[in-house]
Design a protein around this ligand. Structure first.
Ligand code: GLU
Length: 470
């Protein structure tokens, strides 16, 4: 049997990293087994489903490169099919109409809870012949026996039918419910492996009973352990960014995020780095861990920095250009982008940071960093900057070796160490106290800009001296 998996998000919000992990596992398993991956949008909750959320899910999937072989299929396009199956169930006596009022259901729930029982529908309408068009439709769950399945992650799970109730398959407004549609769809779409979050474990025995009532073949179920936040509770907004697109917008690489997510609950020995090809070659359901996996932003950052450093420079430069455009940083007239990103990549975690740290290569900075200026642009720095300026003006060749030699020569003639020259110069030309080596930095900034910025720093020192009345 060919392997077919699916990702079935409800479009009621953004694509959560937990959802993306589920999608990744389903995609990776299908690819590993030479099968197909289906994307199904579960949009029957019409009040909570939005077009913006569908778009965010599709954008997130596309950005991560999790391409579906089929879909997106929308459940709201399949209502005729659902009606057909509900009629089948009614005809067979596997479902019945129920017109119990909300008041009756509330009273029932309260009395059951007061008696210390788990609230469940009592089957009141099972044999009442409620007229067509009224009330909800309920599945007639078997009264006795157990439901057992061999979960590909959790092993054998058994639930007594006495624990389950006659769940609603069609609401009074005619809308079919999740537990019903998911069975019809997974069966119609010939899904062989249902891979989803373990928050659905409670739904699985209900769904299995429905498969059985409809005489359908059961898929394999694999429930994924939840993703935890730093406090051991289910990962949520409280723990920081959980939307896939937020990571995109923060300048993370999709390959790094994918690599990070594949290790959340799955392992292959001690390996931490997985290319897309390795994921699809090595992924297996057997190696999924049952324990919840903790989301660790520091590890994601480490992976992202690694991906930035190891990706082809042209690709990094492209991402840099995109991110610079979003940040409103104009690159025209500046140094070669490849050279700038190559110089800065060792120092950053994300592409956005790369853009942020590269500003002084492409544009004039508004002001010197206050702390850096206080420390480095003092009167003693003035003769240093003047002598560096003279040495750089005279340079025949604006190349980093020559620049380095000129700076060393200036330090020597002033009788000071290189740091006494380098630090004020760094603040003068970059505005702050963090930058790559001075020779490379000056080379890329260019002579004209470098000299103008040294002049600006000297004027700054002079103005400071004048203002203090020294
Ligand atoms: N639509 C469900 C959800 O977003 C997925 C259900 C499933 O995978 O069976 O939680």
């Amino acid at each position: 049997m060919s392997v077919r998996t699916r990702f079935a998000p409800s479009p009621t919000g953004y694509l959560h990293v937990g959802g993306a992990r589920t999608a990744l596992f389903a995609w990776a398993y299908a690819k590993q087994r030479g099968g197909q991956f289906v994307l199904r949008v579960e949009d029957t909750d019409r009040e909570r489903s939005t077009a913006a959320s569908v778009e965010a899910i599709l954008d997130g999937m596309a950005w991560l490169g999790l391409a579906a072989d089929e879909g997106p299929i929308f459940q709201t396009d399949r209502y005729d099919r659902y009606r057909e199956v509900i009629d089948q169930l009614l005809e067979k006596g596997s479902a019945y109409r129920c017109d119990c009022s909300p008041e009756r259901l509330d009273a029932l729930r309260e009395s059951q809870m007061a008696a210390g029982e788990k609230p469940r529908y009592d089957g009141h309408c099972r044999d009442r012949d409620v007229p067509v068009g009224e009330g909800v439709v309920r599945f007639r769950n078997p009264d006795d026996g157990v439901v057992t399945w061999a979960d590909a992650v959790y092993g054998d799970i058994t639930v007594a039918n006495a624990e389950l109730d006659d769940f609603v398959v069609q609401r009074s407004d005619g809308n079919p419910t999740y537990n019903f549609c998911v069975v019809v769809d997974d069966s119609d779409m010939q899904i062989s492996h249902v891979i989803r979050g373990d928050d659905h474990i409670n739904n699985t025995p209900r769904q299995i009973n429905l498969y059985t009532a409809l005489g359908l073949t059961l898929p394999v179920f694999a429930h994924l352990p939840m993703i935890l936040g730093s406090d051991g509770k289910r990962l949520s907004k409280r723990h920081g960014a959980v939307s896939v697109l937020a990571y995109r917008d923060a300048g993370y690489s999709p390959d790094a995020l994918l690599n990070y997510l594949v290790r959340l609950g799955w392992s292959h020995g001690d390996q931490e780095l997985f290319s897309r090809d390795e994921i699809t070659a090595l992924f297996s359901l057997e190696a999924i861990n049952r324990k919840g996996a903790a989301f660790d932003t520091a590890k994601l950052d480490w992976l992202n920095a690694h991906y930035l450093k190891t990706m082809p420079i042209e690709l990094l430069a492209d991402q840099f250009r995109e991110s610079a455009a979003t940040a409103g940083l104009a690159l025209e007239g500046g140094p070669a982008v490849d050279a700038v990103v190559g110089l800065l990549v060792e120092r950053v975690t994300t592409v956005n940071e790369l853009v942020d740290q590269s500003r002084y290569f492409f544009t004039e900075f508004d002001a010197f960093d206050e702390t850096a200026a206080k420390k480095q642009l003092r009167p003693v720095a003035q003769p240093v900057l003047e002598s560096v300026r003279a040495a750089l003006t005279e340079l025949a060749d604006w190349q980093s070796e020559a620049i380095q030699a000129a700076l060393a020569g200036a330090a020597e003639s002033l009788g000071v160490g290189f740091g006494k020259v380098g630090q004020p110069l760094r603040v003068a030309v970059t505005g702050g106290s963090a930058s790559p080596s001075m020779d490379q930095t000056l080379w890329l900034i260019g002579r004209e800009r470098t000299l103008a910025r040294i002049d600006r720093a000297i004027a700054f020192i002079e103005a400071r001296v004048a203002a203090s009345g020294d």
